[in-house]
Design a protein around this ligand. Structure first.
Ligand SMILES: NC(=O)C1=CN([C@@H]2O[C@H](COP(=O)(O)OP(=O)(O)OC[C@H]3O[C@@H](n4cnc5c(N)ncnc54)[C@H](OP(=O)(O)O)[C@@H]3O)[C@@H](O)[C@H]2O)C=CC1
Ligand SMILES: Nc1nc(=O)c2c([nH]1)NC[C@@H]1CN(c3ccc(C(=O)N[C@@H](CCC(=O)O)C(=O)O)cc3)C=[N+]21
Ligand SMILES: [Mg+2]
Length: 293
């Protein structure tokens, strides 16, 4: 029995499928709201510099918007754009009534301070959920606009039907955009949360007792399959482009999927959900701006 279980394959937590379903619903909502209010929800996307990977992400976001009936306004700025110029553009967009959401693609060039930029965005238009106001709202158990990647991970966890109360969750990674807001989401949902980072001693020991693992260290294959507790839920946020051009995550998928109860693939797991939650946040911000809630 034991052997049977340990050789069985995990259920795939399919972010692409959930994403397609949710985007269909969001598109219907956007279309109804557009008829009712005489304008479509609008998302402004700012990209500074010419990092090819960033341009691919931004293209996917714009495509996602179009398909869901959200207007997108793109601002492609040269790598030598000054911080002052960028702040000027954000101020304009903060006051533009056609714009419900503002996203500044990260990373920005080194001469621009990302914290200063994020803080300049009107928190009501901060559809990334990165502004300290929105992070604080989540910390205080009154979420407003929530960070897209952790929010998407919560939607994926809900798909498993599992009750999160009291679950032993281990997050690997403590960045402002993934690990930290993920910890706040899980805490809000009633889980017991451990956050591992660069100074964590014995990562393996933490992983081995986790019922839910969120891998977001940005280190390819950091989480070994043999560490996974039998039946655990594994959500892999990491994205790495490997030698043959394909994508892989922070978890050793082949071995982990033999032990996990559920596991997200890379690609087709968390990535598509991040964009879906951006669309959801833009519609949420639109409704708030129109007083339609
Ligand atoms: N699928 C999606 O939608 C998204 C995917 N990503 C991907 O997720 C990954 C993480 O992104 P992001 O949070 O921005 O990355 P960061 O590099 O900003 O943060 C990584 C975090 O992991 C910690 N860390 C690094 N090495 C280890 C280690 N060996 N053991 C434990 N902790 C470690 C770091 O610790 P410390 O703080 O001490 O430095 C840091 O807290 C990347 O692969 C990125 O490409 C990111 C955003 C969205
Ligand atoms: N202001 C800002 N907001 C972000 O949300 C943001 C950012 N900056 N900077 C970069 C990271 C990364 N990120 C991803 C989004 C979608 C996929 C995604 O759709 N991935 C697909 C694969 C896409 C491909 O084939 O390249 C998948 O995993 O299936 C991945 C990564 C958002 N980020
Ligand atoms: Mg980062």
């Amino acid at each position: 029995m034991r052997i049977l279980m340990s050789t069985s394959n995990a259920n795939i937590l399919d972010g692409k499928a959930l994403s397609d379903r949710m985007r269909g619903e969001l598109g219907e909502e956007a279309s109804l709201l557009t008829k009712k209010h005489g304008r479509a929800p609008g998302l402004a996307v700012i990209i500074v510099g010419n990092d090819p990977a960033s341009h691919v992400y931004v293209k996917n976001k714009k495509l996602g918007c179009e398909k869901a009936g959200i207007r997108s306004f793109s601002h492609e700025l040269p790598a030598d754009t000054t911080q002052q110029h960028l702040l000027g553009l954000i101020s304009e967009l903060n006051h533009d009534p056609k714009v419900d959401g503002i996203l500044v693609q990260l990373p920005v060039p080194a001469h621009i301070n990302p914290e200063t930029i994020i803080e300049a965005i009107d928190p009501g238009k901060d559809v990334d959920g990165f502004h300290p106001y929105n992070v604080g709202r989540l910390a205080a158990r009154q979420p407003a606009l929530r960070s897209c990647t952790p929010y998407g991970c919560m939607k994926l966890l809900a798909e498993t039907g599992i009750d999160l109360h009291g679950k032993e969750c281990v997050i690997v990674g403590a960045s402002n955009i993934v690990g930290r807001p993920m910890a706040l989401e899980l805490l809000l949902a009633g889980a017991t949360v451990t956050v591992c980072h660069r100074f964590t001693r014995n990562l393996q020991q933490h992983i081995e007792r986790a019922e839910i693992i969120i891998a977001a260290a940005g280190k390819r294959g950091l989480i070994k399959g043999e560490w996974i507790r039998e039946g655990a839920i594994v959500v892999d946020v990491g994205i790495h482009r490997i030698e043959d051009g394909s994508l892989t995550g922070d978890v050793e998928f082949a071995t982990a999927s033999k032990r996990a109860g559920w596991i997200t693939p890379v690609p087709g797991g968390v990535g598509p959900m991040t964009i879906t939650m951006l669309l959801a946040n833009t519609i949420q911000a639109f409704k708030a701006h129109l007083g339609d809630e």
